[in-house]
Write a protein that binds this ligand. Structure first.
Ligand code: ADP
Ligand code: MG
Length: 308
């Protein structure tokens, strides 16, 4: 998935700890070969080759992640949509060449976009992509899903005091011995480069923003997050941090909320109680502002945190 992975775990036996970590890393790397849109031979890309044709049997992993993606697409009114693949590729080429994509190309790519074009038959383990040319992109959910699966692998060998970090998408399990929670420090992505220290246990944490991947053209900054409803890369500066019940949800919600913005996000979050969200955004006067939804126990300084 092109990012570093890190596992922290507590276990009484070192060899058991190493073996558990190895299994969890392997789980993530196996999922990469299922979910990647960079590897032409990934299961996801094999599925895309059947677009416009018959339904295809898929693995339980691919089925699960596609189902989770569809759930978020429905509740976000299509702000999160994994059929953005053709647009993602167009904007990716634009970023690497520094050239803005033309309207005709955007309009053409838009004809392949729409989460309703993915038909999932959960009982038959099969998926049909209704239209030829469709490309699915799991960039907004795959890392979160892999993190959750790594946590399950660790739980499967009795390790619950653990933290998995895949390029900033994080799951924190049960707290370390004698601690109330893990402290997860996240950069909020705004130009202020502020860090928030979140106290987390049994939660998934993800951030989305344009601080690292963007195209600059005529003074505007185009994000790697795309509004599937218009085909345009986001130009409003926004950075979203989500703490949710699991990392899959946090990852996908962070992308969805980036597209929706603060007002729409409030409505969406009614469906996700116990979720904390921080949105940092550039207001029309050029200043950065922050809005929080939900309550997360977060601390300003490490020294504010003490055990129990
Ligand atoms: P990161 O990989 O930096 O954590 P995000 O989790 O914010 O990124 O997801 C952004 C990625 O998701 C994009 O690079 C692209 O692959 C994909 N994507 C872009 N826009 C959308 C969208 N509206 N819905 C779903 N996926 C998207
Ligand atoms: Mg993410």
């Amino acid at each position: 998935m092109g990012v570093d992975a890190r596992i922290v775990l507590y276990c009484e036996d070192e060899e058991a700890a190493r073996s558990a970590a190895r299994s969890a890393f392997k789980r993530m790397s196996d999922l990469d070969s299922v979910l990647s849109d960079y590897r032409a031979n990934s299961e996801l890309m094999q599925l895309c080759k059947t677009a416009g044709g018959n339904s295809k049997l898929v693995s339980k992993d691919l089925l699960n992640v596609l189902e989770r993606a569809q759930e978020i697409s429905i509740v976000s009114g299509g702000a999160f949509d994994i059929t953005v693949g053709p647009l993602v590729r167009l904007w990716r080429t634009a970023r690497s060449g520094g050239i803005f994509p033309n309207n005709a190309a955007i309009n053409k790519a838009m004809t392949w976009v729409g989460w309703e074009k993915i038909i999932i038959d959960s009982s038959a383990n099969s998926v049909k992509l209704k239209q030829p040319g469709m490309i699915l992109d799991l960039g907004g959910i795959g890392k979160g899903f892999a993190v959750d699966e790594a946590m399950k692998t660790l739980a499967g060998v009795g390790i619950n005091i653990c933290l998995v970090d895949l390029g900033g998408d994080i799951a924190a399990g049960a707290p370390p011995p004698d601690k109330k929670a893990w402290i997860v420090s996240v950069r909020d992505g705004s130009d202020i480069k502020a860090t928030i220290n979140l106290l987390c246990k049994n939660k998934g944490i993800a951030t989305s923003g344009d601080s690292e991947q963007f195209l600059k053209s005529k003074g505007k900054r185009y994000s790697h997050i795309i509004d599937p409803r218009t085909g345009m890369a986001l130009t409003n500066r926004i950075a979203v941090t989500v703490v949710a019940q699991d990392c899959t949800t946090a990852d996908a919600l962070a992308s969805a909320i980036s597209v929706l913005g603060p007002t729409e996000a409030k409505k969406l979050l009614k469906k996700f109680p116990h979720t904390f969200v921080q949105i940092a955004f550039e207001a029309s006067d050029g200043t950065w502002q922050k809005i929080n939804f939900g309550s997360a126990p977060f601390v300003k300084k490490q020294s504010e945190y003490s055990s129990n």
